[in-house]
Design a protein around this ligand. Structure first.
Ligand SMILES: *Cc1c(COP(=O)(O)O)cnc(C)c1O
Length: 480
């Protein structure tokens, strides 16, 4: 149903006083060629009708404000509303990017301090807040790696970025976009980087390595110092995909384990809601040696004033103006609210919650890597597959229990993967309810597999024909 379908001519959702000045005809203000030929068809409704329409629409979807959302590699945690209130303060929301620096010192101070907080969390020197997403941060970081090798006169020869087979799909895509060749290396039986394969892959052609640690299996790679040494000895740089950093805050700093560049997703780890297509923010933090290559501008603080500056060998701007400022304000509010001890507690709780759930489910679902996990873990639906039930069926059935499905069929190296990230914001009661739902589904797979194949049955939209939805998407509402 469209809002227009509810329209009744003459209905209004506002009341304005009678016009007491002489109205200027529109034709006197806008050149005729720009004027509409016919009136715009706008819905005419009362305010309560509009509110009900959008509220009902929102209820057709599952969101983190409605229920549990354990989407691995995506950190769908609860985002405190106070951050939204702070981002909406007029001093933040009503400024213009072209205002003179002297009139936006507060905003620049916030950016500068956020830069410092992120640099501290990364264990590196300086941040660019410009990238608009994680993948955009990756591209920016890779362009910096390229600029660094070019500066050293080695850009021609250093063409390869090494990426483990457990990596997020954006990693090889970003390497390709930056003009590198993505070279895949396998994981070892414990789920970490296969160090022997890495040794065999490096050489004078190596530009760098992209790694997530903990990786997408939710496992911390204990060989990280060895890995860093191999890459650095070969003349390459290490890039840390820190999209989901809520396992490491205040516990491990990527810079201390040898990484040269890190990106964070403010819209995952630092409390901006996401999943609806943005806006996001994927700042990158670099080591001292790479500061001169950062995008233009960065924020500096000299003589008691904040100002924008262009780094000496900057790769140039990667986004208009300074990036998505409101997202920075939310991250800043979140960090200041929690403080260092609070951020560490975030990580401790994220890891505790994940291990709690993993250990309760490992007898019902195959657990390919049975070791301490970080903020997430990966199960396999292969036992259920043998009973004729796919991981997709399990995911769909979870909707009937009021839970959004975990990430499925990723990472690619686990058959029938089910990637669960409970996050730190969930209570024990919520986790217990999820465990109970997963156990019931495992039981249903044995006794009533058809029930799973028909799921979901309790949602406004039932099971879709996924192939048809992908091949013939209906992107626009058409009146029946
Ligand atoms: C989400 C994610 C990304 C990409 O972040 P976007 O903001 O969606 O571009 C990259 N790597 C990992 C591990 C992620 O989870």
């Amino acid at each position: 149903m469209l809002l227009l379908d509810l329209s009744v001519p003459g209905r209004r959702g506002y009341a304005l006083p009678k016009l007491d000045v002489e109205a200027i005809p529109v034709a006197d203000l806008i050149p005729e060629s720009f004027l509409r030929e016919s009136d715009l068809e706008l819905p005419e409704l009362t305010e309560p009708e509009v509110v009900r329409y959008f509220t009902q629409l929102s209820r057709k979807n599952h969101g983190v404000d409605v229920g549990f959302y354990p989407l691995g590699s995506c950190t769908m945690k609860y985002n405190p509303r106070v951050n939204e209130d702070i981002a909406a303060l007029p001093g933040f929301s009503r400024i213009h990017p072209r205002q003179p620096e002297s009139t936006v010192q507060g905003a620049l101070q916030l950016m500068y301090e956020l830069d410092c907080f992120l640099a501290e969390a990364a264990g590196l020197a300086k941040t660019s807040l410009q990238p608009a997403a994680g993948a955009h941060g990756e591209l920016t970081g890779l362009l910096i790696i390229k600029a660094y090798h070019k500066f050293k006169g080695e850009a021609e020869q250093r063409r390869e970025i090494i990426i483990p087979d457990s990596a997020h799909g954006t990693n090889p895509a970003s390497a390709q976009m930056a003009g590198f060749i993505a070279r895949e290396i396998p994981s070892d039986p414990r789920g970490g980087v296969d160090v022997e394969a890495l040794k065999a892959a490096v050489g004078p052609q190596t530009a760098g390595l992209m790694l997530t640690n903990p990786n997408t299996l939710g496992l911390f790679d204990e060989n990280i110092e060895k890995i860093a040494e191999i890459i650095h000895d070969a003349g390459g740089l290490l890039y840390y995909d820190g999209a989901n950093a809520n396992a490491i805050l205040g516990i491990v700093r990527p810079g201390d384990s040898g990484f040269d560049i890190v990106h964070f997703n403010l819209h995952k780890t630092f409390s901006t809601p996401h999943g609806g297509g943005g806006p996001g923010s994927g700042p990158i933090v670099v080591s001292k040696e790479l500061v001169d290559f950062l995008p233009d501008p960065i924020v500096e603080h000299t003589d008691g004033k904040y100002h924008l500056a262009r780094p000496k060998h900057s790769i140039g701007p990667v986004k208009a103006f300074y990036g998505n400022f409101a997202v920075m304000v939310k991250a800043y509010a979140y960090i200041r609210h929690l403080g260092a001890a609070g951020l560490k507690a975030v990580s401790e709780n994220a890891v505790l919650n994940a291990n709690y759930v993993m250990n309760q489910l490992k007898n019902d679902y195959h657990l390919p890597y049975d070791r301490l996990c970080m903020h997430e873990f990966v199960l396999s639906g292969k036992w259920q597959k043998e009973q004729g039930v796919s991981t997709l069926d399990i995911a769909k059935r979870l909707l009937d229990y009021g839970v959004h499905a975990p990430t499925i069929y990723f990472p690619l190296i686990v058959e029938e993967a089910i990637m669960v990230e409970p996050t730190e914001t969930e209570s024990k009661a919520t986790l217990d309810a999820f465990v109970a739902a997963m156990k019931s589904i495992a039981e249903e797979a044995k006794t009533d597999p058809d029930k799973l194949k028909a799921a979901p049955t309790k949602t406004p939209v039932k099971r879709l024909d996924e192939t048809k939805a992908a091949r013939n998407p209906v992107l626009k509402y058409k009146r029946p």
